[in-house]
Write a protein that binds this ligand. Structure first.
Ligand SMILES: [Zn+2]
Length: 63
């Protein structure tokens, strides 16, 4: 999930709603936003994925 805002000069900013990191600011066209957002490696999501793996591993060890 990303939050896009537009500047007074018409350029765009985009922010990740998971980690609240500003991914890009003053981007001229919306097409570039798609590209930049797709390239964002979210630390929050990476952490969640890591915890899932850990949970699965712990469960596997117990059984
Ligand atoms: Zn993020």
């Amino acid at each position: 999930m990303y939050s896009r805002t537009q500047n007074e000069n018409g350029s765009y900013n985009t922010r990740c709603l998971d980690c609240f990191m500003t991914i890009a600011s003053c981007v001229a066209c919306e097409k570039d936003l798609d590209f930049l957002e797709s390239r964002h490696i979210c630390p929050e999501k990476a952490l969640a994925a890591l915890l899932e793996i850990e949970k699965a591993t712990t469960l596997a060890e117990r059984n």
